[in-house]
Design a protein. Structure first.
Length: 231
């Protein structure tokens, strides 16, 4: 059943798919609303790669092309998760899609559940120094979405962190927000890895730029060696 679902994710257009056990998320992890996970035991994480030509043209911040591509890929992911929900429901189980990019808590910039945390638990990639998920093949040049379900799927395992001594994202960050802190598993919170307020302020400034309209940047996505090696 797990293999069939992952294969179906690929037919819908996902570049990566994995399954996370939701048990750890029910032990103090931030989810909104607090009872969101009550009916569910598993999460399906799906990733869609970003276009290399668009990413490679970034210099000091987002471009209009990147902003448009960001929205387009989010839309594709939402279509993929809708298809996954329908597939799971046809098998007689419950499922709920969590949108690719939706802020539930504007003050703290939190969604219903962290797509990145789910993706790490689902083996899509490891948590980089930028807090982005770094996929072995695509680096952080991916967007993520999540489906919650009670289907008894076989969960994947987190990948070994491979950032090592690399500091490319930290050096390139226009807000100087990435602290270059290593971890073998995951950071205890986002402030351990980032000066989060600096990152938030930078993306807010970017949102106000003509043609952008979203809290995005993209520089740490571009410079990661695991993404650049695709060129």
């Amino acid at each position: 059943m797990t293999t069939a679902l992952k294969d179906y994710c690929k037919t819908l257009g996902a570049d990566c798919a994995g399954v996370a056990d939701l048990g750890p998320f029910k032990q103090g992890w931030v989810v909104l609303p607090e009872d969101l996970l009550t009916p569910y035991t598993r999460a399906v994480s799906v990733a869609k790669r970003l276009d290399n030509e668009i990413m490679n043209l970034l210099t000091n911040g987002p471009t209009v092309e990147y902003a448009g591509h960001y929205r387009e890929v989010n839309g594709v992911l939402d279509g993929i998760t809708a298809g996954i929900v329908a597939w799971i429901e046809r098998q007689g189980h419950q499922a709920k899609a969590v949108p690719a990019s939706f802020i539930t808590d504007e003050t703290n910039l939190l969604g219903n559940i962290s797509h990145k945390a789910v993706a790490r638990m689902a083996g899509i990639g490891w948590q980089g120094k930028s807090l982005l998920i770094v996929n072995p093949q695509y680096g952080p040049r991916i967007r993520l979405a999540t489906v919650l379900t009670d289907m008894p799927l076989l969960p994947d395992q987190p990948l070994k962190n491979q950032c090592g001594a690399c500091a490319e994202c930290s050096k390139a960050c226009p807000a100087q927000a990435i602290k270059n802190v290593s971890t073998t598993d995951r950071h205890k919170d986002r402030n351990e890895a980032l000066h989060f307020s600096l990152c938030a302020e930078q993306t807010l400034r970017n949102k106000a730029m003509p043609g952008i309209g979203a809290r995005i940047c993209g520089i740490c996505v571009k410079v990661c060696p695991f993404g650049r090696k695709q060129r």
